[in-house]
Design a protein around this ligand. Sequence first.
Ligand SMILES: [Zn+2]
Length: 258
Amino acid sequence: MSVLAQEQSLEERIQAAREQVCSLHAELTRYGLVVWTGGNVSARVPGAELMVIKPSGVLYDELRPENMILCTLEGEVVPGTPGSERSPSSDTAAHAYVYRHLPEVGGVVHTHSTYATAWAARGEEIPCVITAMADEFGGPIPVGPFAIIGDDSIGRGIVSTLRGHRSRAVLMRGHGPFTIGATAKDAVKAAVMLEDVARTVHLAAQSGQLQPLDPLAVDALYARYQNVYGQSGDDRREPPAPITPTEGSTDVPRGTAN
Ligand SMILES: [Zn+2]
């Protein structure tokens, strides 16, 4: 947890997550990653066994911090909290599974963005052929198994593909991308960058042979970008949030967290 988060009460951390998750959905529409009510962003509440996620089937223009939904890391809505009268995103179980099994993850994003989903439709990993991919993902974007909503199978597929992998993006076969990040903003950035490289590499493949980068160059680019590029305050430079929740941290104040 960041220094700021450590100074906040649980209620303040939940409210900050509500505001962040709500505002980050605007980035999905800004970058053309979603249509209608598709796509979803979630954030872990630092230091608690809780997450905040978008409601199911609500138009983007109607999203507000108070209609984001607070859930346990089992994907259950916390009753009596703002927004709890609605159902959470249909992908909640997948997000919750990721938080339970990848403690370093603070945010998860799912879209059906066009070019990334086209690669998923072919079940083909995106080869690392441009420096932007080496920088951001450290290699190819892997394909995860085909899985349908209804149980933990999407979450299992995401975790088994991304655990120990540099990539923060997975293309779920026949479905579309999920991205993870140290924070929800970091996961949204990965979703935006993924669609950008998916489009570029798709276009390149239409007119010639793709030329994968030398793995040594990929390693060097990735190391530089993760450690030197940008600002020292970037989300991924912060130490990962500890996952030892304080006792009673799921005991959410009812009706006071808006
Ligand atoms: Zn989907």
